[in-house]
Write a protein of this length. Structure first.
Length: 482
């Protein structure tokens, strides 16, 4: 009889493919802890605006939400919650599920509960979400199909002194490990494919990016004085986004490690130069799932390699991998809405529900050249004019030193800039002004004179020589409605 290890060893081609997508179980344990920590941190930041952004008494009442599919409505408790207390209760439940996931207690159930509650929260106010939120949700989705609790969990297994832990150096290969690698790699590779604009070809893309006021830190503007450096960084960014994802698909741990280091370096650069909220942090932590924990010699690889059984979880993951590959292939030629229009209703609804209708195109095909900041002036009964957006600070028309800091929070920034993209819908701006007015009145005895509040957008265009003078536009109320 053949030794068990040779008997269970897959065929050469299958074995080769499996090694390309194998992940270290210790890395998956660290990934679980990282994911849970991100959810808890995200909840803490979002809770600062719990009533204003997520309750029915805030800027987006449930009646103003776009309709969702039946499945999304059924599995989104935030679409049933009206009061701040009910929303706070859901925040607490999400925090408990994330804590259970962090500790490795009933991990698969905690991952499922965390995914449902996070999906529900993001559905409640889609206008405050950024690309990192979608990536976090998708990686959590793939985590359901992976054994995230084989390491670093409670209760810790007790072993006698000298007893060998068989899982200590194991790597796992399955459809789920292939899926999570493809998912993560697609963010960068597909984004690079779409950077086809002249700014990326000429090497000026980062120069223009650093002029986007809603993203740039104050100090990064000084980097625009070094165009040759920024040109080199532009081409380096493209090279990393093309090459690093490919390096992840190798059984050679040092090469995969190089790919992860390149991606981590990219996000550290984002963190240093751009105010992108939690997006770079999300991406840096998520990288942990693919860490090559310890190089393995060829002689030991068969002893430390594990093929996942073809059970129901692995079979479903296999279908999902095929769906993901087909979807990304189609988005090379079509936009997501064009693809979904041609699909049967149930398939379209399923793709939307699990967030597979993804399209990664950050700063593509070119960075935007038109951006700006908001001012919400209002006149008080004392005769003073204040800016409601900055907690009632004295009104000034000068450009803020830091545009991101001129918003109440990063989620507020996402919301208001999305309203700009939506054409400044009056009903939602009316809600924004009402909420900010109420917050101001809570801390001030000076009354806002009715009808004096306005929403002004200071639009600024970046041109090859720098920035043109800002143009003042009244976003609400529309002047033709006065």
């Amino acid at each position: 009889m053949l030794p068990a290890i040779l008997k269970n060893r897959p065929r050469p081609v299958s074995f080769l493919l499996a090694t390309l997508v194998a992940l270290d179980l210790r890395a998956l344990g660290a990934f679980r802890i990282g994911l849970a920590s991100l959810i808890i941190v995200d909840l803490c930041f979002r809770a600062q605006d719990l009533e204003a952004l997520y309750s029915d008494s805030g800027v987006l009442p449930l009646g103003q939400l776009v309709s969702h599919g039946v499945l999304t409505t059924w599995l989104s408790p935030h679409l049933w919650a009206n009061s701040p207390f009910e929303v706070a209760l859901l925040f607490a439940l999400a925090g408990l599920a994330a804590l259970g996931m962090l500790l490795g207690v009933k991990t698969r159930w905690m991952v499922a509960a965390s995914w449902i509650l996070l999906h529900s929260l993001q559905t409640r106010n889609p206008y405050v979400n950024h690309a990192g939120d979608k990536l976090l949700l998708l990686m959590l989705f793939w985590g359901f199909f992976l054994p995230l609790d084989r390491h670093y969990r409670l209760p810790f297994p007790l072993r006698r002194k000298g007893e060998h832990d068989e899982n200590k150096e194991h790597r796992l290969a399955s459809f789920a490990t292939a899926g999570i690698l493809i998912q993560f790699a697609s963010v960068y590779f597909m984004g690079a494919l779409r950077k086809t604009g002249t700014m990326w070809q000429e090497g000026t893309a980062i120069w223009y990016t650093l002029h986007i006021d809603q993203y740039a830190w104050p100090w990064t503007r000084s980097l625009t004085l070094y165009p040759n450096l920024l040109q080199a960084l532009t081409y380096a960014t493209l090279a990393i986004e093309f090459a690093a994802p490919i390096l992840l698909f190798t059984g050679l741990t040092k090469i995969r490690g190089l790919g992860l280091l390149l991606i981590a370096g990219l996000h550290l650069g984002f963190l240093a130069c751009l105010n992108l909220g939690l997006f770079p942090i999300f991406s840096l932590v998520i990288c942990s799932f693919a860490i090559p924990w310890k190089p393995l010699s060829q002689a030991r690889i068969s002893k430390s390699f594990e093929m996942a059984p073809l059970d129901w979880k692995n079979r479903i993951a296999g279908y999902l991998v095929a769906t993901l590959v087909v979807w990304h292939s189609l988005t090379i030629f079509y936009y997501p809405e064009e693809i979904k229009e041609r699909l049967p209703g149930p398939i379209r609804a399923s793709l939307e529900f699990i967030q597979f209708d993804q399209y990664w195109s950050m700063f593509a095909p070119n960075p935007m050249t038109i951006d700006g900041w908001y001012i919400i002036p209002a006149t008080l009964s004392s005769g003073k004019t204040v800016n409601l957006l900055t907690a009632g600070a004295p009104l000034t028309w000068e450009k803020p030193t830091s545009v991101p800091d001129s918003f109440p929070s990063d989620r507020w920034k996402e919301y208001l800039m999305t309203l700009s993209d939506l054409g400044d819908p009056p009903e939602q701006w009316n809600q924004v002004v009402n909420i900010l007015s109420q917050q101001f009145q809570q801390d001030s005895s000076d009354q806002i004179i009715d009808g004096t509040a306005r929403v002004i957008y200071m639009m600024e265009k970046t041109v090859p020589g720098g920035e043109a003078p800002p143009i003042q536009e009244q976003a609400w109320p529309k002047e033709d409605s006065l």
